[in-house]
Design a protein around this ligand. Structure first.
Ligand SMILES: Cc1ncc(COP(=O)(O)O)c(C=O)c1O
Length: 355
């Protein structure tokens, strides 16, 4: 009989956000995966269409045009950028390259669902440090949890699913205490939705601390979730490790072309982000009038720490066509959607009777 090794057998399977609702014939709003509610821009579709004409060839693994455009945009050297099939794959590469059996990879919990899967898949040991009661990273507890086996620390800011951002100075003080041989990965998948001036700015911290890498994605703010394009900004010694474990030809020319077109269309995309931020503010203003424990969000979703009521609230929202992402016993993460979706959400929340 074919058998999985013990470290794989115990991995919880990644559950994608739900996308259907039974028994509801009104509009359905899929707010379970933090996707951008806007369809791709015409200029991006054009770039994809043009790139499709060479899909009988393998893609250019060096992604030269995208690398040059992004390096200029971020003010980093081209050699400081590496792409992958979504930032989740780049996170996996970082873990595979720098942690193995007997090594520990630390992250806050609850945080991005993929971390435990990626860490266990690499044969390393996950170390989960609980968030504070107000749903934030507990940085002193993370420092205290460092052991000689710690190889990587993920800081997800803004944090999925709670939306809370780590403060810039707070993270700076944390980094000053982390031994320099530990790689700290600042996962900024939602950074484009961050508007608190005191929230951590990963790229600035990257410049200051040689053991920091930053993860970004084109999936969320740039709306390219299905094309799978993410990247890390990191130093040469990190890049060397990544190059050894990266999936060959993972990032298609189509994704690269879409990335370049998206960078060219940033003003249009920013206008969409601005609308989402207004919608987030409206949702938060509504939530402030309720007694839900919902921390201020710096991301494109809100978190309702519904605790034991999570399943009942999720069932109620689903019965109204609202699909959020429920973590039983903990809470529901709901993406900021179109204005209609958000109105439907407010209406659905308003009609829920708390037990
Ligand atoms: C914190 C965080 N990091 C990384 C990702 C991965 O995004 P992608 O692989 O689409 O770039 C996600 C997606 O949900 C996320 O929430």
């Amino acid at each position: 009989m074919i058998k999985q090794p013990a470290h794989i057998e115990n991995i919880p399977a990644y559950k994608p956000g739900k996308s259907t609702v039974d028994g509801w014939d009104g509009p359905v709003y899929k707010l379970s995966s933090n996707e951008n509610p806007y369809p791709p821009l015409p200029s991006v579709i054009q770039a994809i269409t043009d790139a499709a004409s060479t899909m009988h060839r393998y893609p250019n693994m060096a992604a030269p045009v995208l690398t040059a455009a992004l390096a200029q945009r971020l003010g980093v050297k081209e050699s400081e950028l590496a792409f992958g099939t979504g930032s989740v794959e780049v996170a996996g590469q970082l873990i595979r390259a720098f942690a193995g059996h007997g090594d520990e990879v630390m992250y806050a919990w609850r945080s991005f669902e993929a971390y435990p899967i990626l860490v266990r898949g690499a044969g390393a040991t996950p170390v989960e440090v609980p968030l504070t009661a107000d749903h934030r990273h507990d940085l002193p507890a993370m420092i205290a949890a460092i052991t000689p086996a710690t190889k990587l620390i993920f800081i997800c800011t803004p944090n999925n699913p709670t939306g809370t951002a780590v403060g810039h100075e707070e993270l700076r003080a944390f980094l000053a205490q982390v031994p320099p041989h530990i790689l700290v990965v600042i996962d900024e998948a939602y950074v484009h939705f961050q508007n608190d001036p005191d929230a951590a700015r990963g790229l600035e911290l990257y410049r200051e601390f040689p053991n920091v890498a930053v993860l970004h994605t084109f999936s969320k703010a740039y709306g390219l979730a299905a094309l799978r394009l993410g990247y890390t900004v990191a130093r040469p010694e990190v890049m060397e490790g990544l190059a050894k474990v990266a999936l060959p030809f993972g990032v298609t020319d189509i994704a690269q072309a879409a990335g370049v077109a998206s960078l060219l269309a940033e003003p249009e995309l920013q206008a969409r982000i601005d609308v989402l931020l207004e919608e987030r503010a409206k949702l938060e203003a509504y939530l402030a009038t309720t007694d839900w424990d919902a921390p201020a969000s710096q991301a494109n979703f809100v978190w309702l720490a519904a605790g034991e009521e999570t399943d009942a609230l999720q069932a109620h929202l689903m019965s109204r066509g609202i699909i959020g992402r429920a973590f039983s016993g903990t809470g529901i993460r709901i993406s900021v959607g179109s204005p209609e979706a958000n109105e439907a959400l407010v209406e659905a929340l308003g009609s829920y009777n708390r037990g």
